[in-house]
Ligand binder design. Structure first.
Ligand code: EPZ
Length: 435
């Protein structure tokens, strides 16, 4: 699996040159990771297709392998996972601390093996990211939470996971997916209300239904699951991840900033309406088919306000790349981050490059554009703070004048497959170096 190394990107600013060409979008990270967790619900080796070859997939594979599962990479984007030989249900602390998605595994492990332990997932750079709603849901499903020694949650369900009626006080993607997976093999009917409606949830639920699960309402705020009572799912039914709407959105924003013409293939424009509409209104030329988008940058992009929102609203995951876009818009834009309380760490880096951004409060910033983005004095460094902020800084470097070094790009590798190769094909000058 791809190791985490300390590497950087060295990027030459385009200095007015335009990108052009075609980029193919990978499978959705935030669907693939949940499908990997759901493999624990199956009666043998199950094949997962269109899986992105990224660090997070590598970490999830390592978590499963440490539990005793067999994980094989048949090709860079195809995995088989056989959970038959799982012998442990304590999720590796160090790996779990590095990747929030590992908490989704607790659902399948609890319902199949009646117990699971995992570290309290540390907050990460974008916020505290508690799991109170997971815990409340497990209690309603008949589980008990053992005293939380050394920040480890030990959960057991001696009589199995039973049906429950769970209302999420906040729409939670991970909470919706995790309790949905726990209910699939449970006893009786579970109703989940105020669910997240992300397409990645629908993608996994549809696969599980073809393999014997009984899930109704995925993609709406109410999901009903009729548990199989312990009967495992049919591993002959393989999974294929939907295109990554966040990767596609990232490239769309990049193209709307500096492409003569960029074709984005293997994507789902119908999962990206809020981003497409905002960029069209701002002046980009965008045409779409069922699985592709063509974008041409606007000469004088207009500013606009953003309020991040649960799907199908504007995704918090492309807030950072869009802020980089707005540094080039002609006027003032406000961004209100409603989902996470700490998702503006990258603003400091953009400001060092010359952007005019005022942090009004931890959830709101004001951007004034357009501003030239220039290389930093020698001593200053640019870094990726999280997956998506990393893309935003890479994009800013491309828009800038001079040479830029972006550190900690292992974080970018968590969510973008070989980003430098894709950008080079579009005409960018970007090299990966050891730090
Ligand atoms: C998923 O995280 C994604 N990760 C995130 O993408 C994405 O930003 C997020 O959904 C929102 O769309 C994966 O799918 C692996 P939430 P998740 O539970 O499930 C609060 C990326 O870059 N909350 O929907 O962890 C939470 O703190 C990542 O790919 C509770 O308070 O997000 C947040 O404020 C970054 N208690 C809000 O809900 C809980 O028990 C939404 O979080 C659970 C969540």
């Amino acid at each position: 699996m791809s190791p985490i190394t300390k590497e950087s990107f060295v990027i030459q600013g385009l200095a007015g040159k335009k990108l052009r060409g075609t980029v193919k979008i990978n499978g959705a990270k935030n669907a693939a990771l949940k499908a990997m967790a759901a493999a624990v619900l199956f009666d043998g080796p199950v094949t997962l297709n269109n899986i992105p070859d990224t660090n997070d997939v590598g970490v999830m594979s390592d978590v499963l392998i440490k539990l005793g599962a067999k994980v094989e990479k048949k090709s860079p984007n195809t995995l088989t996972i056989d959970s038959t030989f799982i012998s442990k249900t304590d999720i590796d602390s160090e790996l779990a601390q590095n990747m929030r998605a590992s908490v989704v595994l607790t659902g399948p492990l609890l319902v199949r093996y009646k117990k699971v332990s995992f570290p309290s997932p540390g907050g990460c750079v974008i916020g505290t990211r508690p799991i109170d709603m997971f815990i409340e849901g497990y209690k309603k499903m008949g589980a008990t939470i053992d005293p939380n020694e050394e920040m480890v949650y030990s959960i057991s369900a001696k009589n199995g996971v039973s049906g429950a009626d769970v209302f999420f006080n906040i729409q939670t993607v991970g909470g919706t997916e995790t309790l949905m997976l726990a209910a699939v093999l449970g006893k009786g009917k579970t109703i989940l209300r105020n669910c997240a409606m992300e397409p990645e949830i629908v993608n996994v639920a549809e696969w599980l239904n073809t393999a014997g699960a009984k899930i109704k309402g995925a993609g709406t705020t109410t999901i009903e699951i009729e548990g199989t009572g312990g009967k495992l799912l049919n591993s002959k039914i393989s999974y294929t991840a939907i295109p990554d709407r966040i990767e596609a959105g990232s490239f769309l924003i990049l193209g709307a900033t500096c492409a003569e013409e960029l074709m984005i293939e293997d994507c789902r424009p119908d999962h990206m309406e809020s981003v497409i509409n905002l960029l069209k209104d701002s002046g980009a030329t965008i045409t779409t088919t069922g699985n592709s988008i063509t974008v041409k940058a606007a000469a004088n992009p207009k500013p606009f306000n953003i309020r991040t929102h649960e799907y199908p609203g504007f995704p918090t995951d492309i807030q950072a790349p869009m802020v980089t876009y707005l540094t080039q818009a002609h006027g003032e834009s406000m961004v209100f981050e409603t989902i996470f309380e700490g998702r503006f760490k990258y603003v400091e880096d953009l400001s060092k490059m010359g952007a005019t951004i005022t942090i009004m409060n931890p959830r709101e910033i004001l951007i004034k554009g357009p501003t030239a983005l220039a290389e930093l004095p020698e001593k200053d460094e640019l870094r990726a703070h999280d997956i998506r902020a990393g893309f935003a800084i890479v994009m800013a470097a491309l828009l800038g004048k001079g040479t830029f070094t972006v550190h900690n790009i292992h974080l970018v590798d968590r969510g973008y497959e070989r980003l430098e190769e894709k950008l080079t094909k579009l005409g960018a000058s970007i090299k990966r170096t050891q730090t």
